[in-house]
Design a protein around this ligand. Sequence first.
Ligand SMILES: [Zn+2]
Length: 87
Amino acid sequence: MSGPPADGPSLTPGTVPGYDARLVPAFRAAKAYHCPTCERPIPPGTGHVVAWPEGIVDERRHWHHHCWRLAVRRGRVSGSRDTRGGR
Ligand SMILES: [Zn+2]
């Protein structure tokens, strides 16, 4: 076994105020997901980030690592229910 240490459940990939986030390691990513920011799929077997509004786990979304990092840098989440602007 080589490479970086395994992702532990306590590893937090940065935070956005009001949100909880966890890393999902590749071996736990059994399903395909849809990233809310770039609107592109996250294929099965791809490590990514799952994030949800604090206390509302039902609203969790799966993000690409880089998309989540951008949200962390912005300090907020722009999701599908937010900032779309189109009617
Ligand atoms: Zn994305």
